[in-house]
Design a protein around this ligand. Structure first.
Ligand code: AMP
Length: 249
């Protein structure tokens, strides 16, 4: 098990640097995780990060972290991005690509990386391919977490997140011991604004239109690895490792 990576450079961008750089693994892994919102790819990214030592780089986490700042601390571009995000819409490519370009050092990190939520459109995938090509860094595999859409919508609308420690629960499948209260830190559980039913519908449309074609994009490049996203996080994780090892072997 690897220590949790700190991700300061990724979350803050600009001049921010991580104090601890992951140890040099024998085989740094550079993976992209694809899948509709709600399939549990964030959880898989965390588990993979602990196992492989690679940083979990989520573009959604950059936006959520900016949302917690005071309005005067946000750049105008970030405020614009948050308007899209809170409606459940995709943030425009030029804003996302600007944020990632500012953090391109994370793609060169010796610990490798696990990209989660980026790329989300074919234009973003093409831009990422260009950046990685310039840096002479190659993707090992693109993990595509597959699940029927109906199951995803039920999952997202029942999801509750701790307002302090960000632990994730579900009103039906993973309820907290006391309704509305986090098991770990006792803080209130909230529904993420983008998990509300009206935002979920918009996010699913955005996924079908913009993100689903990415699987085809990477399949054609011969790097796509499909993983069934049904079952417990541990079961899905075992399936993920098996799929990755199968690919390496
Ligand atoms: P996530 O946590 O990955 O589901 O992202 C939450 C929200 O942030 C999404 O619904 C989008 O509004 C926005 N977002 C995150 N990553 C991207 C991206 N690569 N392209 C466009 N919008 C994004």
């Amino acid at each position: 098990m690897q220590p949790k990576s700190e991700r300061t450079a990724w979350i803050k961008g600009g001049e921010a640097r991580c104090k601890t750089i992951p140890a040099n693994p024998a085989q740094p892994r550079r993976l992209i995780l694809l899948g509709a919102p709600g399939v549990g790819k964030g959880t898989q990214a965390e588990l993979l990060s602990e196992r492989l030592g690679a940083c979990h780089l989520s573009t959604g986490d950059i936006f959520r972290s900016a949302k917690n700042l005071d309005a005067c601390e946000r750049t105008p571009t970030m405020s614009r991005a948050l308007d899209f995000m809170l409606r459940g819409d995709l943030v425009p490519d030029e804003i996302v690509l600007g944020l990632v370009a500012e953090r391109s050092g994370c793609l060169r990190c010796r610990g490798g990386f696990l990209l989660d939520g980026f790329p989300r459109t074919v234009a973003q995938a093409e831009a990422l391919g260009k950046v990685l090509g310039e840096q002479q860094v190659a993707i090992d595999a693109v993990l595509s977490y597959d699940m029927p859409l109906k199951t995803i919508v039920a999952r997202l609308s029942g999801r509750r997140t701790c307002s302090i420690c960000k632990a994730v629960f579900h009103v039906d499948t993973r309820p907290p011991k006391v309704s509305g209260i986090c098991d770990h830190c006792g803080a209130a559980l909230i529904q993420r604004e983008d998990d509300r039913p009206e935002s979920v519908r918009v996010r699913m449309d955005a996924y079908e239109k913009s993100t689903a074609p990415l699987a085809e994009f990477y399949r054609k490049k011969g790097v796509l690895v499909s993983v069934a996203a049904e079952g417990t996080p541990e079961e899905i994780f075992k399936r993920t490792l098996k799929a990755l090892n199968g690919r390496a072997g």
